[in-house]
Design a protein around this ligand. Sequence first.
Ligand SMILES: O=P(O)(O)O[C@H]1O[C@H](CO)[C@@H](O)[C@H]1O
Ligand SMILES: O=c1cc[nH]c(=O)[nH]1
Length: 327
Amino acid sequence: MSPILTQNEEENSSTEIGLVRVPNLHVHTMAEDVLYHLGLGTLTHDLPAMFGDVKFVCVGGSASRMREFVGILCTKLALSETVQDPIINLCGNNDRYSMYKAGPVLAASHGMGVPSMSILLHELIKLLHHARCRDVTVIRIGTSGGLGLEPGTVVVSRSAVDARFQPQMEQMVLGKSVVRSTELHAGLAAELVACGRAVGGFQTVLGNTMCTHDFYEGQARLDGAVCTYSHEEKLVYLRAAHEAGVCNIEMESSVFSVLCRLSGLQAGVVCVTLLDRLAGDQVSSPHDVLAEFARRPQHLVVELIRTRLSGLEKQRRDCAAPGHAAP
Ligand SMILES: O=P(O)(O)O[C@H]1O[C@H](CO)[C@@H](O)[C@H]1O
Ligand SMILES: O=c1cc[nH]c(=O)[nH]1
């Protein structure tokens, strides 16, 4: 008989505080877990030795963005002694995703769309669990289309919402509809907004992010190969989204929120807007402008990691100081 996960068991599947939860009893009875798309496994790799110190996981669509992010991180945080040179892709024998590590930070590409993000996250969450990582924060660093915002504005997501502007995601499981919450961690979102303002040089706003299953019709574009609605109908829909609190549109935040929530991970989404969708559909700014926009969420997240790590270092020093009494 298949094990059934009760709510109690789900809560107890990670009884040690801070450990990453895998709410799937089957995984806990497997002799080996092959993380196929990452090219890693529990019997072939010493996951605690390779990843046990990870505190931050940052994910974004493309491999080159995540490699660039690790480069910026190493420079700004002087992490060069804890990273291999050249920076090594840890998904060595599988080219579906790319993954890089610098000190306590793991950066991975997730490709485009919910299915691709979902596969990466299932395996990444199990990786963190098998590696016995504690107190991990996960952040998506992405691009998006904005609504009524100047291009280049960075949006920190309060919640992912679906195409009806609801903070939920529907997933078909065994042919039945399962609806799950897509709310993100409010405290982390506030910290991310503060980091954006501290970095400066661009606007950072807090708002809802609509996650769609398509870049063209799904995002009410007029420039796809197929389109069945008018310019006016497009604007009615996008204005309704805007009025419902949607600041930007992208394609992965819903499943990202759901899987991180179910695993007890603090999760945040930080996406720059490449264009204002109320003004047009084509992403036509010059390459160097788009590349600079795409770096903005990276700088913001580096600032969050810098702040958090210096807080941890201060705590460690305070605890080691003579006369410090254990709590
Ligand atoms: O910039 P990234 O993170 O790749 O994400 C956004 O860009 C892609 C579409 O161009 C979608 O995957 C969307 O979510
Ligand atoms: O309009 C846009 C731009 C980037 N990514 C999206 O999903 N939509």
